[in-house]
Design a binder for this molecule. Structure first.
Ligand code: ZN
Length: 404
């Protein structure tokens, strides 16, 4: 028994309108109206399947097939996230949730009676697009982020995570590590759209992850002298925007030289006026590399170039790591089983995932579905219904092996 592309498309289309923007991109920030509507959609779909839905203290949703035996560590968990980056694609996150629900259907139609409980999970704030810390739901669950720090995280409007959760009817005092829940998870499998074109190059619809590159987010502060754009002589300026601009170019060049990735995709400028030399500029650097030594070397090279340039511009520069993630290897029995079962190509990825957080605690596998555009975190991200159906079947095959 397998799922048809039309059947995939039917469930997929029921989620598509929620949080869609005029540009075809999605804005589904955690605890926003759109994300809450996505969560409601999930709860309804889970209840339609007679799954027992619960929400944990960190706001992650769990839909159980078979009761979670509190004394056992045998549950098989699959799922992903429903939140998005600003103007992101439709597939990043939701594909893993929709596929998990359909995989449950497929297993039932195949007559599989799981010997181990199976859960579909939706992790909250995976992208970190609202509160700045990616994989926040899974990191809180595993204790990688302290609850006090999480409660105080603020969005762009200054609203704290605690307030946003309270507004959604949750008790922010319940945020924090949940070792009992984590101990019940025996394996985690996350299906995700590929964020690159490797599967397309190989002509294969589904792949299995080998590792996630180490990566980090760094805050870059550039401080200068705010002044009049018309009256300040060019030679008298201490313009932090110049140091910032140079640093963006230097980051790009260093990343190319070292076979790594560096991106500056977010900046804040003060006072942000057309006719004023800025007093201050803040930028966020996203840096990733195949190993930690290369990543450290990359960030140090960027820091050095920015400091040198700040000296010439008469500005001040500081770099601070806001979050860093070490390399994640998926070399474990569950991942090896998935690769064998699907006879799928094995791919590394530069993107972080809840699966990467879970992998430090639970045997975890990731499945990727072909994305012919190779584009991610943008509206052009795409997978065909045929490939998505193949992803559901592959996920069901893996889960069937794991839960018996
Ligand atoms: Zn994702």
């Amino acid at each position: 028994m397998s799922v048809s592309p039309d059947r995939f498309a039917a469930l997929w289309r029921s989620l598509l309108p929620i949080g869609r923007n005029g540009d075809g991109g999605y804005v589904r920030y955690s605890w926003s109206e759109a994300e809450l509507a996505c969560r409601e959609w999930f709860v309804e779909e889970a209840l339609d399947r007679d799954l027992d839905v619960e929400i944990d203290g960190n706001g992650n949703l769990w839909a159980w097939w078979g009761s979670p035996d509190k004394s056992s560590d045998s549950a098989i968990v699959t799922g992903s996230h429903l939140d998005s980056v600003p103007h992101g694609g439709a597939y990043d996150g939701p594909l893993g949730v929709v596929s998990a629900l359909l995989a449950v259907d497929v297993l039932r139609e195949r007559g599989v009676r799981p010997a181990r409980p199976l859960a579909v999970v939706v992790f909250t704030e995976e992208e970190g697009a609202r509160f700045g810390v990616p994989c926040l739901g899974s990191r809180l669950l595993t204790g990688a982020v302290a609850p006090d720090r999480a409660r105080d995280l603020r969005d762009r409007d200054g609203k704290t995570l605690a307030d946003a959760m309270a507004q959604a009817g949750l008790d922010p005092d319940r945020l924090g590590p949940d070792p009992a829940r984590l101990a019940r998870v025996g394996a985690f499998v996350e299906l995700h759209i590929e964020q690159g074109r490797a599967l397309d190059d190989l002509g294969r619809p589904v792949g299995v992850a080998s590792a996630i590159w180490p990566h980090g987010r760094y805050r870059l502060d550039f401080t200068g002298q705010g002044n009049h754009a018309g009256t300040t002589r060019m030679t008298d300026r201490h313009d932090p925007m110049l140091t910032l601009a140079y640093t963006v170019l230097a980051a790009n060049k260093e990343a190319r030289l070292q076979g790594a990735h560096a991106t500056v995709g977010k900046v804040d400028v003060e006072p942000n006026a057309t006719n004023a030399i800025p007093a201050r500029a803040i930028a966020w650097l996203d840096a990733r590399a195949a190993d930690e030594a290369t990543l450290d070397g990359l960030v140090e090279a960027i820091r050095k170039r920015a400091e040198d340039r700040a000296g010439r511009d008469g500005t001040a520069f500081t770099l601070k790591a806001e979050s860093t993630t070490t390399e994640v290897s998926f070399d474990n029995p569950v991942s090896r089983l998935a690769a064998r079962e699907l006879d799928a190509p094995i791919l590394p990825t530069g993107a972080g995932h809840d699966a990467g957080v879970l992998a430090g605690h639970v045997d975890t596998a990731m499945l990727f579905v072909r994305n012919p555009t190779g584009i991610s975190h943008a509206p052009q991200e795409h997978a065909s219904d045929v490939d998505c159906a193949a992803g559901v079947d592959g996920l069901a095959d893996v889960l069937a092996r794991l839960c018996r």
